[in-house]
Design a protein. Structure first.
Length: 595
């Protein structure tokens, strides 16, 4: 730390001491002026993943899932507060502290999980950027009918697999490479500072604030429309309902009951639950991801904060992370629920004549392919088994009803263009596309940059190199370069939905961090005199264990759903290794004391 920074920290420490002597109002004023790392955490949280998760929470759950993101963020703030307490009390970097005082297996497991999460979460950011560029900002250049894909189709030979892939995905690769160059320049500039980065961050905050305010405007506009928002349902949705992991939102009940065939109804029931569960896990994972557990303590250490700043760190998380996140995601969920939940997408019409329902689908609609995909999946599943059939070797699916077509249409995944339309009542179509497109692009650029920054930190730590050096810079490229390969792994129609898929995987890594920091908070060899005592320690442990247990149960359930016994065995082997190393270390320490 430079002498200038040291003087600033001393000045801030004096301000805190003065504020503590002059009451809560003076303390609040100083706290507000000194916040910082919480806003950095907010920059990565309010990225494309949170936006996509909020969109699909509203689409699938309506207002009934309003509770999920605040609940997940409360758990995250608890754990980040504990991480802040340990870091500020000791001044040690977390990776070194975990290895020395808990277990090198957990330390390396945490670091590797953070490294993996950075790559995984970079992928949907590039995907989201391509989505808004091709649909909202540069639709004439990008996308299926854009000039760049048409040029690529003629420039690359489709006779070889590589040529065929480039002719199909060239615009996605070109956009991702351009974004990587921009984000690499910005990320490498963070350590040097400079007016360029300050301008970038200022513009970024303004654009993100604009999109949040626009969604607030949509919510207000809908509240005073001819069909105002059902605020009773919105408030009721803030009450946690964990049964939604296993049952569809109640608003789907009439649609399911209208499907007469039992096996077909069971298929749509399971389809809703599977997507609803993935979106819920995605929303929880993007609230506080495992990479934030590394970013926040390192951001505080870089500012020179010490144990006198522990109260400020909690305030910082509450005002810089919790409040902006809850407002932004809440507005998006409300807007998405009001416009899309159980509603037909553009290009689909439900006609009723003589009490008979008919679904008319426009084959030129961008959603028609996804609609047909759902119906094809339905036929494939129901061909293999029909629980209502007395014959176990049935080979034909039950006839497709119009009510099933209706269900398929309302379950079609929405994308960037759809969410932008929710701004149209406030701004009009052209402005909605521009504001939404720039807002999402700003979000993903900030998220990619910070993910790359975290990637540099974790690789510098693992290699024992100082932050800011060439190893740190090369480490930033691991996340960025890994992220641009998203077109290879994702061929789904919705660019936004990749954020849900990757966030589900990221959530499975979260218990690494939560359990590790529970153990670190109770390490007497690390905290020594700074360890909480009495009721304070009891309260810390109750809150932390609840957060860690919730994350662990959720992750274990998803591991079972996604990987079955292979995933369970892998986790069990890791836990066994942790226990073996822990007891081996204790035996070594006992032997040294005996000597």
């Amino acid at each position: 730390m430079t002498s200038k920074n040291t003087a600033q920290v001393e000045q801030d420490r004096t301000r805190l001491a003065e504020a503590n002597r002059h009451g809560w109002l003076a303390k609040l004023t100083v706290f507000t002026r000194l916040t910082g790392p919480g806003w950095i955490a907010s920059a990565i949280t309010l990225g494309g993943g949170s936006l996509a998760s909020s969109l699909y929470l509203g689409v699938l759950g309506g207002y009934s899932l309003m509770w999920l993101q605040p609940f997940a963020m409360v758990l995250g703030v608890i754990m980040l507060s504990a991480i802040g307490y340990v870091t500020l009390s000791t001044g040690e970097r977390p990776f070194q502290a975990i290895n020395a005082h808990v277990s090198p297996v957990l330390g390396w497991g945490w670091a590797l999980a953070v490294a993996a999460a950075n790559v995984i979460w970079c992928m949907p950011q590039f995907s989201l950027a391509h989505g808004v560029l091709s649909q909202n900002l540069l639709s004439g250049w990008l996308g299926a009918d854009g000039s760049l894909p048409q040029w690529a189709a003629s420039a690359f030979s489709s006779e070889t697999p590589v040529g065929a892939w480039f002719s199909t995905n060239f615009d996605e690769v070109a956009v991702s490479m351009a974004l990587l160059v921009v984000c690499t320049f910005v990320t490498w500039s963070y350590d040097r500072g400079g007016w360029g980065v300050r301008i970038y961050e200022t513009v970024l905050k303004i654009v993100v604030a604009v999109i949040v305010l626009c969604f607030l405007g949509v919510v207000l506009r809908l509240s005073f429309s001819s069909e105002p928002l059902p605020w009773g349902a919105v408030l009721a949705g803030l009450v946690p309902d964990f049964g939604q992991f296993w049952t569809p939102a109640a608003t789907f009940t009439p649609f399911l009951e209208a499907i007469e065939n039992e096996s077909a109804r069971a298929f749509w029931f399971d389809t809703i639950v599977n997507e609803q569960r993935d979106v819920m896990i995605s929303a929880a994972a993007t609230a506080v991801g495992i990479n934030m557990t590394l970013l926040f303590p390192y951001a505080m250490l870089r500012k020179g904060w010490t144990k006198e700043f522990r109260g400020l760190s909690i305030f910082d998380l509450s005002t810089g992370l919790f409040i902006p996140y809850i407002l932004a995601t809440g507005f998006v969920v409300i807007a998405a629920a009001s416009r899309f939940h159980t509603e037909l997408p553009a290009g689909f019409v439900a006609e009723t004549s003589g009490g008979k329902l008919t679904i008319v689908a426009d084959e030129n609609s961008p959603k028609y392919g996804a609609y047909q995909g759902l119906l094809a999946k339905r036929n494939a599943v129901l061909t293999s088994v029909d629980i209502t059939s007395p014959a176990p070797d049935q080979t034909t699916a039950p006839d497709l009803s119009e009510n099933e077509k209706l269900m398929a249409a309302i379950l079609v995944r929405r994308d960037a263009m759809d969410l932008a339309t929710s701004l149209e009542p406030l701004t009009g179509k052209v402005i909605a596309n521009i504001v939404f497109g720039l807002g999402v692009l700003a979000m993903v650029l900030s998220t990619i940059s910070i993910l790359m920054l975290i990637s540099g930190f974790v690789f510098a730590e693992m290699m024992a190199f100082p932050p800011g050096g060439w190893m740190h810079k090369l480490g930033t490229l691991v996340a960025g370069v890994g992220g641009i390969f998203w077109p290879i792994f994702w061929t789904g129609q919705s660019k936004f939905y990749l954020a849900v898929v990757t966030s589900v995987f990221g959530f499975m890594l979260l218990p690494f961090a939560y359990v590790t920091f529970v153990l670190l908070m109770n390490s007497k060899s690390l905290l020594q005199e700074e360890m909480p005592r009495g009721f304070s320690r009891f309260l810390w442990n109750v809150l932390m264990i609840f957060a860690a247990l919730t994350a662990s149960v959720g992750a274990a359930y998803m591991i079972w759903v996604k990987a079955r016994w292979g995933g369970i065995v892998a986790v069990a082997l890791f836990v066994l290794l942790v226990v073996m190393v822990y007891f081996n270390r204790r035996n070594e320490q006992s032997s040294r004391r005996g000597d």
